[in-house]
Write a protein that binds this ligand. Structure first.
Ligand code: SF4
Length: 306
């Protein structure tokens, strides 16, 4: 099957949350947002070059005053999927949720970092953000949005609760979920590595319990992202990158960079395998682990598979 071309437009990094582990912590207030015109131009170019899957991420895209108009414009370009990832807070306003879904947004991915208000709000550093997020999910459902997903960043502060977070997501009726091992290449987890990055050998068994929820209920997308495969040999069909490389060709268009081959460059630039991996039967499939992880924790945890 030919791959789906996905264009991810990042308009900037402004956000109404203040997540402790934010990848863009150093960019949030220093990089100017793209203009409405710039974003529209990028949409037209993407569509002309064959993109059918448009993804809008931030920062937090929903706080832009021009957002409803941008979604309408995307709909006019005839993208099959118009997806946004969000912390969900703006969607707690019913009128906003209604307007944006009516404008043409047809897929929404909510960031859910804790199973309780205490944990989620602690990580986002915004009191009330968990309750707003839950209200947002309820609102978009009420106005007819069907395609609802979730993202959870796995950090030291929440990995022991990852199965409970999975259970919450399941109970919220979400059936399209990614659990993402924190990326320490830049941002907060780079600057304060030991504060945020758990050891894979310690986190894996907790993550397995979360992935078991997806297995048990036969959920088609309930996946882990950015982990070495040796800790997930019984879960290879739930490793996001392995699925993604078969389905998508992705480009990222941010205010401060352009990456026209996300899958290819992540393999080469961000992640690495080491000498220890030689002879591993999963070598060709595996992207290894983040280079910054190796710099800090070394490669002793990697377990070449016979
Ligand atoms: S030993 Fe290396 S190549 Fe094998 S699964 Fe682990 S990280 Fe991947």
């Amino acid at each position: 099957m030919p791959k789906i071309k996905k264009t991810v437009i990042i308009p900037g990094y402004r956000c109404n949350n203040n997540c402790q582990f934010c990848l863009n912590i150093n960019k949030r207030n220093s990089i100017p947002e793209k203009t409405t015109l710039q974003i529209k131009k990028e949409m037209v170019e993407a569509r002309n070059s064959g993109t059918t899957y448009l993804e809008l991420v931030g920062g937090e895209m929903s706080i832009r005053p021009d957002i409803v108009g941008l979604i309408k414009f995307a709909k006019e370009q005839d993208f099959k999927t118009i997806m946004m990832s969000t912390n969900g807070r703006m969607y707690s306003y019913r009128n906003f949720a209604k307007k944006i879904v009516e404008a043409g947004l047809n897929s929404l991915v909510f960031s859910i970092h804790g199973h309780t208000a205490q944990l989620h709000d602690f990580l986002t550093q915004v009191k009330g953000s968990f309750n707003q997020l839950k209200k947002g999910i309820e609102n978009v459902r009420k106005v007819g949005l069907k395609n609802i997903g979730s993202n959870t960043t796995i950090v030291k502060q929440n990995y022991k609760y990852i199965a409970q977070i999975g259970k919450l997501i399941y109970n919220l009726g979400i059936r399209n979920s990614e659990f993402i091992f924190v990326d320490p290449s830049y941002g907060a987890a780079h600057d304060r590595f030991y504060k945020f990055v758990p050891k894979i050998s310690e986190a894996a068994s907790y993550i397995h319990k979360c992935l078991d929820i997806g297995k048990k209920h036969k959920i088609s997308h309930w996946a882990i992202r950015y982990v070495p495969l040796c800790y997930f040999t019984d879960y290879l069909d739930q490793v996001s990158e392995l699925q993604e490389v078969e389905i998508f060709h992705t480009e990222h268009l941010a205010p401060d960079f352009e990456n026209r081959d996300v899958e290819g460059s992540r393999k080469v630039v961000g992640r690495a395998k080491t000498k220890r991996c030689q002879g591993c039967r999963l070598y060709d499939k595996c992207e290894g682990i983040w280079k910054d992880y190796l710099k800090n924790y070394g490669d002793k945890e990697l377990k070449p598979m016979k």
